[in-house]
Design a protein around this ligand. Structure first.
Ligand SMILES: Nc1nc2c(ncn2[C@@H]2O[C@H](COP(=O)(O)OP(=O)(O)O)[C@@H](O)[C@H]2O)c(=O)[nH]1
Ligand SMILES: [Mg+2]
Length: 263
């Protein structure tokens, strides 16, 4: 029997989102804290005032369990996941929720998953931007169409349904993460693609839930063409040789992903 209350960590990766991070933190209301035990904002060495925005928010909301971590180097989005997953494993959390710090998503979309404890039945439950019930704002038809094609290709490659190659709202069980199979995965934005391939290789269980996603004042750092090529390359490599998932995906070797606690 599982214990009644799960320890759930909310991980917010943040890079240059001084304008959005306060809005993201403002989403955290009493309902969210019914499920979330602690929040970590992992600042990936932003060049703007992201940290100050977080500290200011903390000052006015001192009773909220929010910690600010600063990566030792810029580790990318994938590397920031590694920092957060390690933190969750070291600190005895049962689950980690990922919510991007640039305010494109809404934490409330995951509440039904938490309320009905759907996450307990799977290794991970992933946000899908391209499901029937999903809501997209500020996405061109071209971009939506492109994503759907890529989802389809990945679905064929891993022989399961794919509704997103990596949205900014997901929940993972630390049980699945504990052997750190992801340690050599890419440190950039294609980290999530490898997580999908891993689902198939390691027989992890998953399901999708519909989310809303908006693009307003966010600056996407994704360079579409090169990202698309890399995404396809990862899939091709996996299909050609599935055991390559155990290999090295990074250009730059990093022994351990470290972050210091700022506040
Ligand atoms: N691009 C980028 N994003 C990072 C990095 N570290 C953390 N992030 C966060 O990762 C999330 C996704 O990045 P973003 O560029 O918005 O990608 P997109 O939303 O997929 O277009 C945002 O919340 C960023 O703040 C990094 O090194 N590069
Ligand atoms: Mg974004």
């Amino acid at each position: 029997m599982k214990k009644e209350k799960d320890r759930i960590l909310l991980f917010i990766p943040a890079y240059n989102c001084e304008k959005q991070i306060t809005r993201v933190l403002s989403q955290l209301d009493e309902t969210v804290f019914r499920y979330v035990t602690e929040v970590i904002v992992v600042n990936n060495r932003s060049l703007d005032d992201t940290e100050k925005a977080v500290m200011d928010f903390k000052l006015f909301h001192w009773s909220m369990p929010i910690k600010l971590l600063r990566n030792k180097e810029n580790y990318g989005l994938g590397g920031s996941h590694k920092v957060a997953f390690d933190y969750a494993l070291k600190n005895g959390f049962d689950y980690v929720i990922v919510l991007h710090g640039d305010d494109q998503g809404d934490i409330h979309d995951i509440l039904p998953v938490l309320k009905r404890r759907i996450y307990r039945a799977y290794d991970c439950v992933l946000g899908g931007r391209f499901m029937l019930e999903s809501r997209l704002e500020g996405y061109s038809a071209f971009r939506t169409f492109g994503n759907i094609i890529f989802n389809f290709l990945y679905a064929a490659g891993i022989r399961q349904r794919v509704f997103d190659l990596g949205a900014g709202l997901n929940i993972y069980s630390t049980d699945m993460l504990k052997d750190r199979f992801y340690q050599r995965f890419p440190d950039d934005l294609t980290f999530n693609c490898c997580m999908l391939l891993a689902l198939s290789f390691f027989h992890q269980t998953s399901r999708y839930f519909p989310i809303s996603w908006r693009e307003e004042d966010q600056v996407s750092n994704v360079k579409m063409a090169s990202q698309a090529m890399r995404t396809l390359g990862l899939l091709a490599r996996y299909v050609d040789c599935p055991t390559s998932i155990r290999g090295e995906y990074r250009d730059k070797f990093i022994e351990s992903y470290e972050a210091e606690e700022i506040g």
